[in-house]
Design a protein around this ligand. Structure first.
Ligand SMILES: [Zn+2]
Length: 235
């Protein structure tokens, strides 16, 4: 029998995915991220739980300290594999990671998902264990749109945490902040007040390399600067 679970991060994407997937059970693993960011993510999950009773009833917060793995200076830190193992230990066999087309290196992530599925099946001798990326063909903006169409209130999305800098407010400059701002804004949600610095400035200060590696940055940059599609950008 399929026992599905969404791996929640406290960020915008997995919160939106919970609605878009029809409110499946979720797991949030504490201490699985960098310390200063982790507390913001936990606070976001608790805010989502306070905001939506049904969400609170569907999920579980699991405490598992990943820091020993980091401090050993491993060349590869298998965070997603450990998260999947926790999901299996909690009794789930179909595990959703919320990666999408705006993630850096989506093809590599697809390979990671295949590798984790193979490793889980070999280690637990259970062919039902599967890791999936249900939104691998969606952009972050499309994912947020799906959630809103499924009835997600914008307030639920606004209490999520995206910034990697770990300050009191979203910094407005890091990739995650600019991505958050674009995905919300293009769905009619103004989140500008959540940022310490205007994300539009963060976007405009991006170099050509960032614009190439982040397709949504490039599209948005053209819009803000009024540069038609096909015309070369000079920075
Ligand atoms: Zn930030």
């Amino acid at each position: 029998m399929k026992k599905e679970v969404l791996m929640l991060s406290g960020g915008l994407d997995s919160a939106a995915a919970w609605w878009a997937l029809g409110k499946p059970p979720w797991l949030f693993v504490t201490k699985a991220n960098r310390k200063e960011v982790e507390s913001k993510e936990l606070r976001a999950v608790l805010s989502m739980m306070a905001y939506c009773q049904e969400f609170a009833e569907r999920g579980r917060i699991v405490d598992c300290d990943f820091s020993p793995f980091r401090s050993q200076n491993h060349s590869v830190f298998p965070r997603e594999f450990l998260l999947a193992c926790i999901a299996v230990a909690e009794g789930f066999n179909t595990i959703y990671f919320i990666w999408h087309t705006n993630d850096s290196d989506p093809e590599r992530r697809e390979q990671v998902v295949k590798d984790i599925t193979r490793l889980l099946r070999e280690n637990y001798l259970d062919q039902s264990l599967t890791v999936l990326m249900p939104f691998k063909d969606f952009s972050r903006e499309e994912l947020v749109r799906k959630a809103l169409e499924a009835g997600c209130p914008k307030e639920f999305l606004l209490v999520t945490w995206s910034c990697q800098s770990g300050g009191d407010l979203h910094c407005g400059y890091c990739d995650n902040c600019v991505e958050r701002w674009i995905a919300l804004r293009n769905n009619g949600i103004d989140a500008t007040y959540q940022f310490m610095n205007n994300p539009e400035d963060g976007l405009l200060q991006r170099g050509i390399r960032d614009l190439r590696t982040h397709p949504e940055f490039l599209t948005e940059y053209r819009k803000v600067k009024n540069i038609p599609e096909g015309e070369i950008i000079l920075i």
